[in-house]
Design a protein around this ligand. Structure first.
Ligand code: PMP
Length: 411
């Protein structure tokens, strides 16, 4: 029986990524660290190089040809992003340096002017530091309180308990779409439904959602959605804050400078329209051009094909990891995407990562910027293998073989 089309397609996808075709410590590279930063296809690298060679100029207000071309490419990427996440309008697509900046923008521009002492921001125990610390800062600034919904031993949000924490003092709910340390897919629609009925806005940290799942912000029903270019096969230093237009409209600018103004005088400055009101200073133009190319690449494959393929591969990875003697898995949610955390016997995760690297297998080790998750499980860190659509079963087999070797070394 031949393999399903989406399984065989992976070989051609893989060939599009130059960085995957190299040896590390004399062994062909197995890259299992895409949750930290995903590799870029040749089309992204080429789009950036073409822009740098031919079109490099500053965007907006330029009358010369190169500036027109740069503006067209930059704004073209915004249109692609709008289409990719099904935003209602391009005004809702704010270009940032990444998820971290997007979340800080909401904390400082949406929350800080409105939050009152005693108001609550509700998050979960699964969050990345980028979806914890900006809320802690704004709580310190305003006297609001950060409330944390618990997770269970499988690494799932305890939804009923979370919903009970939401009351008439809740100002905002911020939750990961997919948790980076454990891979848990969070029940966004249930949370949004509950919050929406009470008029409470929901921010979704989509850093690990957008690379693996089809995201339609209108269907999700949330109010803000934040993500990063480098986790979705684009360049570092790029990202997006999507927000509902009426909310973004009512928010003051976060940073002042060029591009975010209409008119400046010492008496009064008027601000630019959306989304430029939130884009002060010269942006990462080459990066945004690359992000547009990454989205074009993803759309050609189809996010549903990616999700299906990765689901099969993740199931295979978990079943193979479970066969390794002495392994302990962290994160066994019923709905999990692309990531598996584990520890092997009593080997420190960093030692494990180093041994695997010497066999050409790249994984991430440590707390994954999710220290509270580690505290929940009483550990200091994990080894984490994270998948993208360019991985295959051979990569998983190399991972488990390398773990066998690590066991021998530490026996
Ligand atoms: N949230 C999650 C769930 C993440 O995985 C990451 C990156 N590890 C971030 C936020 C922060 O993303 P960035 O560093 O690109 O701003």
């Amino acid at each position: 029986m031949s393999a399903p089309a989406h399984i065989t397609a992976s070989a051609s996808w893989r060939s599009d990524f130059p960085a995957l075709h190299q040896k590390v410590h004399g062994r062909p590279l197995v890259y299992l660290d895409s949750a930290a930063s995903a590799q870029q296809p040749a089309s992204v690298i080429d789009a950036i190089a073409r822009y740098e060679r031919e079109d490099h100029a500053n965007v907006h207000r330029g009358v010369h040809t190169l500036s027109h071309r740069a503006t067209e490419a930059y704004e073209g990427s915004r249109d692609r992003i709008r289409d990719f996440i099904n935003a209602r309008s391009r005004s809702e697509v704010v270009l940032t340096s990444g998820t971290t900046e997007s979340i800080n923008l909401v904390a400082q521009s949406f929350c800080r002017p409105r939050l009152q002492a005693g108001d609550k921001i509700v998050i979960t125990h699964l969050e990345h530091h980028a979806n914890i610390v900006p809320w802690q800062l704004v709580c310190e600034q305003t006297g609001a309180e950060l409330v944390v919904a618990p997770i269970n031993d499988r690494g799932e949000v305890e939804l009923e308990q979370m919903l009970e924490l939401i009351d008439d003092r809740t100002f905002l709910i911020a939750v990961a779409h997919v948790a980076n340390a454990l891979g848990t897919v969070c029940p966004i629609s249930r949370i949004v439904e509950h919050a929406g009925a009470r008029g409470i806005p929901v921010l979704v940290d989509g850093a690990q959602g957008v690379p693996h799942l089809e995201v339609d912000v209108q269907a999700l029903g949330c109010d803000f959605y934040a993500f990063s270019g480098h986790k979705m096969f684009g360049p570092t230093g790029t990202g997006v804050l999507w927000g509902r237009e009426e909310l973004l409209d009512a928010m003051p600018p976060w940073q002042g400078g060029g591009d975010m103004i209409l008119e400046v005088s010492f008496d009064k400055t008027t601000y630019n329209e959306l989304p430029y009101k939130f884009e002060a200073g010269t942006p990462n133009i080459a990066g945004v051009v690359g992000l547009g190319a990454a989205i074009e690449y993803l759309q050609a494959i189809g996010m549903q094909n990616i999700a299906d393929y990765e689901h099969d591969l993740h199931t295979y990875m978990v079943s193979e990891l479970k066969k390794v003697d002495g392994i302990r898995l962290f994160g066994e949610a019923r709905d999990q995407a692309s990531v598996q955390s584990f520890l092997l016997a009593d080997i420190h995760s960093h030692d494990l990562g180093t041994i695997l690297d010497h066999q050409g297998v790249a994984i991430r080790t440590g707390h994954h910027c999710a220290m509270p998750v580690m505290q929940r499980f009483g550990i200091s860190g994990t080894a984490r293998a994270s998948l993208a659509f360019y991985n295959n079963r051979d990569d998983v087999d190399r991972l488990t073989a390398a773990l066998g070797k690590a066991s021998e070394i530490f026996a």
